[in-house]
Ligand binder design. Sequence first.
Ligand code: FES
Length: 80
Amino acid sequence: MIVCHCARIRSSDIHAAVAWMRAADPHGLITPGKVYRALGKRPECGGCVSLFVDVLRADENTGVPPVLRGLRSPAKRRMK
Ligand code: FES
């Protein structure tokens, strides 16, 4: 399925980039911008953003790494 018509990115390209990024950095956060850079492309119109994010969210490798989960809660407690 074509996700981004401007940059000609398919959902399979996104999944391949995510797998490569996760293998290269198991603890890194994966964002749409990082996926574009990994693919050597740039967004133009932005019309694909919601679909792009949906495809990213559906990928099992884009979750927040366990080591980074729950980091916000202690800081919130300290501020109170
Ligand atoms: S469709 Fe993706 S930037 Fe235009």
